[in-house]
Design a binder for this molecule. Structure first.
Ligand code: UDP
Ligand code: MG
Length: 313
């Protein structure tokens, strides 16, 4: 098998068939074999029903992994990667925002450049609002400053890579998965190509600001311990400031005999140090929480049903 397309699907009932047709027409004369691995990520609509129809029809080789509930896109990708037989593996969304024709170009780049292991697409023009793009920009600049790995701003999960890269990704069994960081962490020679995301074929996006914000925190905590060090620094600086202030108070008392330091100063200091302590504990909590989750060693996903073409009647 030359190419495996891994497609996470959450409530994509109206998209899976058009997606498959788009793949078939994009690869009709490619001259190599390919398979589509649909991962049903606990959809609540008719996605699984439609995927089973596709599986039975086998207009092209299709596998279906159906998870026992919604585990999130990252876990769905992991489940799909485990089922890949291809020499090249491609991650692509089910909503046709990312055109299968681009995957063909990606495969060609890998074929022609043996030193290149990953071809990743980034959006050249983003159709999102100014506020969101401001937050995204800030996120990339923060994470790239804090973390040892470098993330390419705007690079999406839409990428095609060699099997060795897939094996390395599967070796990273962390529970809180942040694939942009995982890709950067495993390394390999990566080439970035621009693409323009098309409008969604049907349905709505599964992301909102809160989810994106939490995802960003996952990324920073997952790939950097700098926030822990930050709270140490803040603690050290405020300790020095406290000592300086102590000396000032003592000198005031000795020189001018003023011993009424002022209500406002005390309240401000209490509030400031109290909030700094809470902030520090919060940061530690984020790491302890993730250590706790990881130490439970729960599986990244649970597959309720796996349909591979060997099962086909
Ligand atoms: N997805 C998923 N599980 C989730 C959320 C999303 O498998 O919990 C899939 C979704 O079906 C789609 C892809 O991830 O194929 C990207 O999602 P979406 O289109 O909502 O994201 P956007 O393109 O808006 O960033
Ligand atoms: Mg989308």
């Amino acid at each position: 098998m030359k190419l495996s397309l891994v497609v996470p699907c959450y409530n994509e009932a109206e998209n899976v068939l058009p997606f498959q047709q788009a793949v078939i027409s994009a690869f009709s004369d490619c001259g190599y074999d390919y398979e589509i691995i649909f991962v049903n990520d606990g959809s609540k609509d008719a996605t699984l029903h439609n995927l089973k129809k596709l599986f039975r029809a086998q207009d092209c080789p299709v596998k279906v992994v159906s998870l026992s509930r919604n585990f999130g896109k990252e876990s769905a990708i992991y489940a799909g990667l485990e089922q890949c037989d291809g020499e090249y593996i491609s991650l692509i969304d089910a909503d046709l925002q990312q055109r299968p024709e681009i995957v063909r170009d990606m495969v060609q780049i890998l074929e022609e450049n043996t030193d290149c292991d990953v071809v990743a697409a980034y959006q050249d023009r983003r159709g999102e609002g100014k506020i969101l793009s401001f937050f995204k920009k800030s996120f990339y600049s923060i994470i790239n400053k804090l973390s040892k790995v470098t993330l390419q701003p705007d690079a999406s999960d839409f990428r095609t890579f060699r099997r060795s890269v897939r094996d390395s990704i599967l070796d990273m069994g962390e529970y809180h998965r942040f694939s942009k960081g995982i890709f950067a962490w495993v390394g390999y020679e990566t080439r970035f190509i621009p693409y323009t995301a098309c409008p969604r074929n049907a349905g709505t996006t599964k992301w909102n600001f809160k989810k994106l914000f939490n995802y960003a925190i996952d990324g920073i905590i997952g790939f950097s311990t700098a926030p822990l060090r930050f709270s140490t620094y803040v603690g050290a600086v405020s300790a020095v400031a406290a000592v300086v202030y102590l000396i000032v108070v003592i000198l005031q008392k000795l020189i001018s005999g003023i011993d009424v330091p002022g209500y406002a100063t005390i309240i401000v200091l209490i509030l400031f140090f109290g909030s700094m302590q809470l902030f520090g504990i919060g940061i530690i909590g984020e790491y302890v929480g993730r250590t706790f989750e990881q130490s439970k060693d729960r599986p990244i996903y649970i597959a309720k049903e796996i349909l591979t073409y060997l099962d086909q009647k």
